[in-house]
Design a protein around this ligand. Structure first.
Ligand code: HEM
Length: 508
């Protein structure tokens, strides 16, 4: 995967040379004291020094020369890389009132994607979307969905054990099943359900439009004001097409939910139904809610794929760690039932394994860029309004001061201590007011997948056509949401009883 749903925004930021913003004026800049950073060239600034391959690693090494706050000029656009957890917390958590904006991507805006929560500018529209999402996804509220989520995630496990090559499709399908049910009371009819297809297509289109350097309008934003007959403005036509697809992905299921509340087709409770019943679905909520729902679906896809694939990769490489988790599961859950979300507090080693998968796998290496909504000063350094803030989550997860031997997969480093795990998660799920809106939902889903798999199966490397074991390389894609490079795996039921438990998972 070389681009992704929401974090591909970052690719546009870093690689695309987007937003040639020369208006800030180099002349006024030299008078201010900016944070240190690599030497800049006229006009292009530092753009030529940002590698396309794993830029987070290069950004991390810069902290040795420039400290943890590294200033970059990306063709006139000021940006600051944050290389430490403490610094990210100082700015993005403690000063969240002014560090919670997002950069503007012109092509994404023309297509309507700036309505999605992740791209929304910090303001009333964004707040309303988060408020709606919070009704279902806050730690306190999301719990009511655990039984259904658990059922669907177990079904996912049963399917991938039968066909280990289907993980990506299964995750998209099962996330769709849960989110469409929670939001609209809609039961997907299958993997080719048209609402699901539309949503997946909208997410895919987004990846297309945020490919680095692909759209001239991102490089020269003023082009959006040109008349449509001017040569070189075919992006308008693409934007119209994508915008139509996006509106359909967003609003068709919403209309279905409204139309079907009284018909009995809509499964209760669901978000739209609850809000209509309570009389709390205002006209403006009705415009915002579908964006919120699609945002949650998009946010859940690649991050979950990345985390589950990392977990599988590290389990294949660490059979001793698998055995240790299985011993914990056998002791706490026994062998006569499947583990449940309610067992989570009693399974600290499994929780450590998942946390370590998030740390080494690090799905969002450079977070989603934040933007500064007014001038600020930190430690004597000036940061201008509009500066892009790039939290280097990868560096924070691989800092040897916090995580000795950072590339070694070692769940014991957390001592089964939740405070230690939380330190890591407070980085991996982002910062301040923009912190991941689906964290608890994501964590519980990944827990069910990992627990069910390890309770019932050994996770093994795949075989080639001659039945030789193919040990996967520990290597990751270059996307803004990382995942391991493709590998094959297989699952061997631990016992006939475990196989029966899997077979008993319902599929209705
Ligand atoms: C392992 C799983 C996940 C990881 C590591 C992860 C990580 C992140 C990160 C780093 C951000 C950016 C935070 C920031 O800007 O500071 C984010 C934002 C977001 N995430 Fe997640 N995420 C995960 C799962 C999910 C799930 C399951 C959902 C939905 C159910 C979700 C929905 C969102 C949304 C909507 C945003 C945008 C929030 C905003 O801009 O206000 N994520 N996530």
């Amino acid at each position: 995967m070389d681009s992704i749903f929401y974090l591909s925004l970052l690719a546009g930021v870093v690689f695309g040379g987007v937003l040639v913003n020369l208006t800030l004026g180099a002349a006024s800049r030299w008078r201010r004291k900016y944070p240190p950073g690599p030497r800049r060239l006229p006009i292009i600034g530092n753009a030529h020094q940002v590698p396309k391959d794993q830029p987070w690693e290069t950004f991390g090494t810069w902290s040795k020369s420039y400290g943890n706050m590294v200033y970059l000029d990306l063709m006139g656009q000021p940006a600051v890389v944050l290389n430490s957890r403490q610094l990210a917390s100082e700015l993005l958590d403690k000063r969240s009132a002014i560090y919670s904006d997002r950069p503007v991507l012109e092509m994404a805006s023309l297509c309507g994607y700036s309505n999605l929560m992740v791209l929304s500018q910090y303001g009333e529209g964004w707040k309303q979307q988060r408020k709606i999402a919070c009704r279902e996804f806050l730690p306190t509220t999301v719990k009511k969905h655990f039984p259904f989520q658990e059922k669907v995630m177990r079904e996912l496990v049963r399917s991938i054990v039968a066909d280990p090559s289907s993980i990506r499709k299964e995750i998209a399908y099962r996330m769709g099943v849960v989110i469409m049910r929670m939001t609209y009371g809609y039961a997907l009819t299958g993997k080719d359900d048209h609402f699901l297809q539309n949503a997946v297509e909208a997410v895919d289109n987004f990846k297309g439009i945020s490919n680095p350097g692909q759209w001239l309008v991102d490089v020269i934003p003023a082009m959006k004001h040109l008349p449509r007959w001017v040569p070189g403005t075919s992006f308008f036509r693409t934007a119209e097409r994508y915008s139509k697809d996006l509106m359909s992905a967003c609003f068709d299921p919403f209309r279905w939910a409204q139309a079907n509340l009284a018909t009995g087709h809509s499964l209760l409770p669901n978000l739209v139904g609850d809000m209509l019943d309570e009389g709390t679905l205002s006209a403006s909520d009705a415009k915002i809610l579908p964006w919120s729902a699609l945002s949650m679906f998009g946010g859940a896809l690649d991050t979950n794929v990345g985390t589950v694939m990392s977990f599988l990769l590290f389990m294949i490489h660490n059979p001793d760690i698998q055995a240790k988790v299985q011993a914990e599961l056998d002791k706490v859950v026994g062998k006569h039932r499947l583990p449940s979300i309610t067992d989570r507090p009693d399974l600290p080693y499994l929780r450590s394994v998942i946390t370590e998968s998030l740390r080494v796998g690090c799905p969002p290496p450079l977070c989603v860029p934040h933007a500064l909504s007014r001038d600020d000063e930190y430690n004597g350094y000036f940061l201008s309004k509009g500066t892009w803030i790039l939290p280097n989550i990868w560096q924070m997860c691989h800092d040897p001061a916090d995580y000795p031997d950072p590339f070694v997969f070692r769940p014991e480093r957390y001592n089964n201590d939740d405070a230690e795990m939380e330190k890591l998660k407070s980085v991996v799920f982002g910062f301040g007011r923009r912190v991941c809106a689906g964290r608890d939902f994501g964590e519980s889903g990944i827990f069910v997948i990992a627990a069910t798999l390890l309770a019932t199966c050994d996770i093994l490397p795949g075989l080639d056509e001659n039945a030789n074991v193919v040990m996967p390389e520990i290597a990751f894609t270059n996307g803004s949401i990382r995942e391991p490079k493709p590998f094959t795996t297989r699952f061997k039921p631990r016992s006939s009883e475990a196989a029966s438990l899997l077979a008993e998972i319902s599929s209705d």
